[in-house]
Ligand binder design. Sequence first.
Ligand code: GTP
Ligand code: MG
Length: 168
Amino acid sequence: MESQTFKVILLGDSSVGKSSIVINFCEDTFSTSIESTIGAAYILKTINNGNKEIKLQIWDTAGQERYNSLTLLYFRSSQGAIVVYDITDKTTFERAKLWIREIREKEEQKTTIALVGNKTDLKERLVSTERGSKYAKEEDLLFFETSAKTGEGISKIFLDLIKEMPKN
Ligand code: GTP
Ligand code: MG
């Protein structure tokens, strides 16, 4: 079987739900008592796509500020980046924009970036869909809104990224 490997990194503030998104996608579960990531976690997920085997090497980084200087080391040679914010927290949206700027500065080849507004199951929304999608359009990013709790929109992030990432 033909096989393709992609490296994907998740970035964003602490608590926005990066690990929850990965766990929902890889294991189809959700927990409120998940622990904050230390450094970064690596997960390999294999997907069968017709006659192709797609291997996703997923780097789930730590959002806590003290790890920030390390985070972009994991970014090297990534074809895709998933930058996550929490739709109930405006500062996480501003922080997502900073990560995207950093990616664009450091990338050696064009990285496919997915901007993800997570926690759509919560009622206290403070970042509108329009605001997120407008920014994504301006910066040439894929855009998704998701809930790692209900699973809404999660697999679409990864499937659309696979379609758009540079193949080498
Ligand atoms: P760091 O590892 O510290 O960078 O955080 P993280 O971005 O990996 O966040 P994590 O997945 O650990 O989730 C933080 C908290 O938010 C946990 O209590 C999760 O249960 C909760 N959470 C994550 N996604 C969602 C969601 O879509 N909806 C709701 N309601 N809660 C969520
Ligand atoms: Mg985490």
